[in-house]
Design a protein around this ligand. Structure first.
Ligand code: SAM
Length: 378
């Protein structure tokens, strides 16, 4: 495994820190490939027969969870999985906190500005569903500022995602952005947007591919977290990309109606409350110019999943500080989009299978990503 240092801002791990991160990654790989699959065997052999006696109706993911929680084999995996997540951030934190002064200095040297950074004033309040939890156990979440020019949350996310995804998103962690672009290319060919907005951009992993795909367009990106936006801006400048970052709440932004031809988000929706989901879809509709397209990529919905699979996919709600994880996944998306103003015939849902992120299926077969697109009437 090589160290992920593809840009100047990325915190640079020393030998022992790297060894620790690699250990955590291999621990996660081991749990995913060798231990987690046993949960299914536990369910089939021990839990399902018990549930069949006590729960005569069709099982829900909640029934499966109730049964599995009582099983020591499942408890062991759950405990190790949570431990691996805490170890991940502990290990990443060693490097980020040691490197912070250098990162801040490097960020300050990005003086040849291509894009911009607009942070809100002190009256800005990040929504509770983000500010009140250390989301996916990341210490401080996305919004905690440890100092005025803080980059800690950005460093945690950038360095942490590399290890968390087992480097599966590429060295710039930008595979989600490249996948959504393939989607747009396939289903909305010939798009020539004047302005693109990426909602919930964090450090801009998925934002930057849009700069190359639409060189004629202004690329904007928003988030509620100041430390991730500072990091995103310095990272983009260092990589020679022009993005206009702003601290805005996607539920109600300050951009005029019809400002964007394309509005996208990448794994934002599962982190927002059910009420915010409604508001964000309405805001997308307002922000799109007539004929404009929105596209959201996220974790797959529970609809259509077998109860065991939905239970398995719901682990993060209870154990990984992802309080909204299930709210989006069980929402009636069609209804939400209709309320936001989109017409049913203009909505497109697709799934890409775990085995092939280049394919887009019209049914959720073993899905890795869920794509939700809609065009505003022209
Ligand atoms: C999982 S991260 C997204 C990762 C990023 N889009 C990427 O592809 O690398 C979710 C981000 O959404 C942001 N967020 C959550 N609610 C938001 C809201 N209402 N408005 C803007 N950003 C929000 C969080 O602060 C966080 O940075």
């Amino acid at each position: 495994m090589t160290a992920p240092f593809p840009h100047a801002l990325m915190p640079k791990a020393e030998h022992d820190e790297l060894a620790r991160c690699e250990f955590v990654q291999m621990f996660k790989v081991h749990l995913a490939n060798k231990v987690r699959p046993n949960n299914r065997a536990i369910f089939d052999a021990r839990v399902a027969p018990r549930l069949a006696k006590t729960t005569p109706k069709a099982l829900t993911r909640h029934d499966v969870r109730r049964g599995m929680l009582a099983d020591t084999g499942y408890q062991m995996w759950g405990s190790l999985q949570r431990t691996s997540q805490e170890l991940l951030w502990d290990s990443v934190g060693d490097t980020v906190l040691r490197e912070l002064p250098d990162m801040i200095e490097t960020a300050g040297t990005q003086t040849k500005k291509r894009g911009s950074l607009r942070l809100a004033d002190k009256s800005f309040v990040a929504p509770g569903y983000i500010a009140d939890v250390d989301i996916h156990c990341m210490p401080g979440g996305y919004v905690t500022d440890l100092r005025e020019d803080d980059l800690t949350a950005g460093g945690y996310y950038d360095f942490g995602v590399y290890w968390y995804t087992m480097s599966g998103l590429g060295s710039l962690n930008d595979e989600k952005g490249r996948t959504t672009l393939r989607f747009l290319n396939k289903y909305y060919p010939g798009l020539k947007p004047r302005r693109v907005l990426d909602m919930g951009c964090t450090v801009g992993h998925s934002t930057l591919p849009y700069c190359d795909a639409f060189p004629q367009a202004e690329i904007h990106a928003i988030d509620v977290g100041a430390p991730v936006l500072r990091y995103a801006h310095a990272r983009a400048e260092g990589l020679g990309k022009s993005v206009h970052f702003a601290q805005e709440n996607a539920e109600a932004t300050s951009y005029p109606s019809g400002s964007f031809d394309v509005v996208v988000s990448h794994i934002l929706l599962h982190e927002v409350s059910r009420k915010a989901l409604d508001a964000i879809m309405k805001e997308c509709f307002r922000l799109l110019a007539p004929g404009g397209v929105m596209l959201h990529v996220d974790v797959p919905l529970f609809h259509g999943m077998a109860p065991y699979d939905a239970f398995d996919a719901d682990w993060d709600t209870y154990n990984n500080n992802e309080p909204c994880w299930a709210q989006m996944r069980e929402a009636n998306i069609q209804q939400i989009l209709a309320k936001a103003g989109f017409k049913a015939g203009d909505v497109l849902e697709r799934w890409s299978p775990v085995t092939d992120l280049h394919a887009f299926e019209d049914k959720p077969v073993n899905p890795r990503w869920y794509f939700l697109a809609a065009r505003k009437p022209g």
